[in-house]
Ligand binder design. Structure first.
Ligand code: SF4
Ligand code: SF4
Length: 416
C-alpha cells in the first residue's frame, strides 16, 4: 500500500507534540521509549506518509504494541483521534507471513459464526473437565497460556440463547446486543443483564437476525472491510426495533457501535442509517437508573467493592459516573481503584496475540487492586472481566470479579 493511503495524514496533523499523553500510555510506561508512546507513534506515521521511513518491521511492531486503549485521547488537548488513526494504519498493514494472514482470517471467521463459537466452547469445556487443557497448553508455546487462563466454560444450559422477547412493564422497551463471546464464555452475564433490565421495567427484545459479531474486533485489528459488512448486518437487524434504545453490556462493542458512522464516509445512505443506529446505542449503565436499585444490599457480594473503568467505556464513550452511581445505590461499600482508567491489558484480542505484554500491563493493575483492599472487582466489559479473572487466579488473590450486571443482579432486594 502507498504510504499516503496507509496513513490518515490529515488526522495525524492534529498532534502538536505537547507530550501530555505520554505518562498515560501503558506501553510507554513499560518501555520509556518515545516510539512506544502516542506522540512517538504519530511521529512514525507521519514519517511514513512523508516518505522519510519505510513501514518496516520496526514500524509494524510499534503499531501492534499499541493496545488501542485510547487513554491518550482522553488527555489530548488537541483532540487527536488516535483510535481512528491507528485503525486506519492497521487496515493497511496485513500480517507479513502467510501463516499470520491465515490465522487472522480463521480467527475472525470464528468470531462471526455462532455455530462455530458454540462448537469451540463445547470442545473447550471438554478439555477443561478432562483436564486435557493443562496438558495441551505447553505444546502451544507462549500463546498456550491463554488456554489455561480461559474461564471454566459452563454447561450448555448456561450457554443457551436469550429469549427473543422478555416482557416487563413500567419503563421504555429496549433491544439487547448478545455479543460474540459473551453467550459462550459469560452466558450468566447476559442472563443477569436481562434480569436487571426486566427488574427495572424494561421489556427486552433480542433480535434473532443480529450477526454474531458487531465488527469491533475486526475494526481494531485492521479488517475494515469485514467491519463494514458486519456493521451493516447489525444496523439492519436492529432497524426492526426502530426507535428503542440498543443496550450492550460490552464496552468495546458499545464504543464501536456508537462510532459506526465513521465507517461509511464513502457511503452516504449507510452513513445516514448508521447515524440513526448509533444515536440509539447505550451502555447498560446508561439505561438503568440508580434509584431503581436503591434499597439493595447483599450478603452475596464481598465488600468492599471497587470498579475498574473499561477503556472503551471511559475513553471511548466518556461513561464514568453512571456505573459508580449504580454501584453506590446498592449500599455496598465501594473504594476507588487507583489508575482505574488505565488499561488492564485485555484490549480485545491483544491479550491472546501478545500475552506477555498483556501480563506485564496487568501487573500494575493487580498491585493497585491489592492496595485498594477490595474483595470484589466490578467491570463492564467481557474482555476485561476475563483478563482480571485470569490474573487474580494466577496470583492467588481472593477477589471475585463480577460484571456490573452480575453485581446489580446479586444486589437485588429479594436475593438472599
Ligand atoms: S491507544 Fe493506549 S497504548 Fe496506544 S498509544 Fe494511546 S495510550 Fe498508548
Ligand atoms: S497529547 Fe495529543 S497533541 Fe499532545 S503529543 Fe499526545 S497526541 Fe500529540
Amino acid at each position: 500500500m502507498e504510504p499516503q493511503t496507509l496513513i490518515d495524514y490529515t488526522r495525524s496533523l492534529d498532534c502538536i507534540h505537547c507530550g501530555l499523553c505520554l505518562r498515560t500510555c501503558p506501553t510507554y510506561q513499560l518501555t520509556g521509549a518515545e516510539p512506544s508512546s502516542p506522540r512517538g507513534r504519530i511521529h512514525l506515521m507521519r514519517a511514513v506518509a512523508e516518505g522519510d521511513i519505510e513501514a518496516d518491521a520496526a514500524f509494524r511492531e510499534e503499531m501492534d504494541f499499541c493496545l488501542l486503549c485510547r487513554h491518550c485521547e482522553s488527555v489530548c488537548p488537541s483532540g487527536v483521534e488516535f483510535g481512528a488513526l491507528m485503525e486506519h494504519t492497521r487496515a493497511g498493514l496485513a500480517p507479513q507471513t502467510a501463516i499470520g494472514r491465515l490465522a487472522r482470517k480463521l480467527g475472525f471467521k470464528l468470531l462471526e459464526s455462532r455455530t462455530q463459537l458454540r462448537l469451540v466452547a463445547a470442545a473447550l469445556r471438554l478439555l477443561q473437565v478432562t483436564r486435557l487443557a493443562r496438558l495441551i497448553a505447553p505444546l502451544l508455546g507462549e500463546r498456550g497460556s491463554a488456554l489455561t487462563k480461559l474461564p471454566a466454560v459452563g454447561p450448555s444450559s448456561e450457554r443457551r440463547p436469550l429469549p427473543e422477547e422478555s416482557p416487563a412493564e413500567g419503563a421504555e422497551p429496549v433491544a439487547l446486543l448478545e455479543g460474540c463471546v459473551m453467550p459462550e464464555l459469560l452466558g450468566e452475564v447476559n442472563r443477569a443483564t436481562l434480569r436487571v433490565l426486566n427488574d427495572a421495567g424494561h421489556s427486552v427484545s433480542v433480535p434473532s437476525s443480529q450477526p454474531t459479531c458487531c465488527g469491533s474486533l475486526q475494526a481494531h485489528n485492521g479488517e475494515l472491510e469485514r467491519a463494514r459488512a458486519l456493521a451493516k448486518e447489525t444496523i439492519a437487524a436492529f432497524e426492526e426495533s426502530d426507535g428503542v434504545p440498543i443496550v450492550t453490556n460490552s464496552a468495546g462493542c458499545g464504543s464501536h457501535m456508537k462510532e459506526y458512522p465513521n465507517l461509511f464516509a464513502e457511503e452516504p445512505e449507510w452513513r445516514e442509517r448508521a447515524e440513526r443506529f448509533s444515536a440509539r446505542v447505550r451502555d447498560l449503565s446508561e439505561v438503568l437508573s440508580p434509584r431503581e436499585r436503591s434499597s439493595a444490599s447483599s450478603a452475596a457480594v464481598q465488600e468492599p467493592i471497587t470498579y475498574d473503568d473499561p477503556c472503551h467505556l471511559c475513553h471511548g464513550q466518556g461513561v464514568r459516573e453512571e456505573p459508580r452511581a449504580l454501584l453506590d445505590a446498592t449500599g455496598l461499600e465501594r473504594v476507588e481503584l487507583s489508575e482505574s482508567e488505565s488499561c488492564c491489558g485485555s484490549a480485545g484480542i491483544y491479550s491472546a496475540l501478545r500475552p506477555k505484554d498483556a501480563e506485564r500491563i496487568l501487573e500494575g493493575k493487580l498491585e493497585a487492586l491489592r492496595s485498594s483492599g477490595a474483595r470484589t472487582l466490578v467491570t463492564a466489559n467481557p474482555g476485561c472481566q476475563l483478563q482480571w479473572q485470569a490474573g487474580i487466579q494466577e496470583h492467588g488473590m481472593e477477589v471475585e470479579v463480577l460484571h456490573l450486571a452480575e453485581l446489580l443482579d446479586r444486589a437485588q432486594p429479594d436475593v438472599s
